[in-house]
Write a protein that binds this ligand. Structure first.
Ligand code: ZN
Length: 278
């Protein structure tokens, strides 16, 4: 066998043995759908050249302070992203994972640091998803006047040259500015109620699922390492085998499996390596 094929085969074997699959995903999973992953200031400015001109990096843009100081500017970044995510079709890799789960009738759960709602868009049921940093498609009050979280069904647009929002949204209760229900940088106002509920669903799932367990980790970065830590903890606590798919930071110690590829290429490689390909 060609050496480059070995991790694919190993991963396919781990999935064939498992009765439960946990999918853990970071920003890298979206790259093959055409979404930016904001790698460093350069990566961020490649996606948002207008912010480079304004001298603003990701940490500055994703900052809750704008919603009180300059809401039209604060909303600009999120209005742009909401529109982008609504108009993005999840790539084939999402479908391959669903196919593996269905064919083997596996128990499964998705844990993601992405706020883009792409798993829901790919058809994964809401109750099978834990969004650790919240969802950009949900809103809360920026004050906040209550811990209410509601779905964002409004359409938003942004003036691309200035990244200022054409329209902004308000809290229906106190009429102050509303904001996306996502964890921003230096954020003390994020309401975690929705994510907490998802986490508790995930924990009850772990109590009742079947073993052995396999973790398929896709595109999880090292700078904010929540997802990588989650995969490794599942490995330790539940004796799960972790398959780490990542084009750059792919290292993980055996018995876990390292696949040095982007999301779609990695998932396709595994898909082609099952012993019985239904
Ligand atoms: Zn309010």
């Amino acid at each position: 066998m060609h050496k480059a094929m070995e991790p694919f085969k190993e991963a396919a074997r781990a999935i064939e043995k498992a009765r439960t699959m946990i999918i853990t995903a970071g920003a890298g999973i979206g790259v093959d759908s055409g979404l930016p992953d904001y790698r460093g200031d350069k990566g961020f400015w490649k996606a948002y050249p207008m912010y480079e001109e304004l001298g603003i990096n990701y940490y500055d843009a994703a900052n809750p302070v704008h919603f009180s100081n300059d809401p039209v500017f604060g909303w600009g970044f999120y209005a742009h992203r909401i529109d982008l995510y609504r108009n993005t079709k999840p790539h084939k890799g999402f479908e391959l994972l669903q196919k593996w789960i269905e064919q083997r009738q596996m128990d499964y759960f998705v844990v993601t640091s992405n706020v883009d709602g792409q798993f829901q868009k790919a058809g994964y049921p809401e109750e099978k998803i834990y969004e650790v940093h919240g969802s950009i498609h949900h809103l809360q009050c920026s004050v906040p006047c209550s811990n209410a979280i509601w779905e964002n069904t409004e359409s938003l647009s942004v003036e691309p040259a200035t990244m200022r929002a054409v329209n902004i949204l308000h809290c229906p209760r106190c009429k102050e500015v509303s904001r996306p229900n996502v964890l921003m940088f230096g954020d003390f106002a994020w309401i975690s109620k929705r994510s907490d509920k998802q986490r508790s669903n995930f924990h009850s799932f772990l109590k009742n699922c079947h073993f052995p367990m396999v973790v398929v980790e896709i595109g999880a970065g090292m700078i904010i390492s929540t997802i990588r830590n989650m995969s490794e903890n599942l490995g330790r606590k539940h004796k799960a085998q972790v398959i780490r798919i990542n084009p750059r930071d792919y290292h993980i110690s055996p018995p876990h499996i390292s696949i040095p590829c982007g999301a779609l290429q990695g998932l396709r490689g595994v898909d082609q390596s099952f012993s019985i390909n239904k």
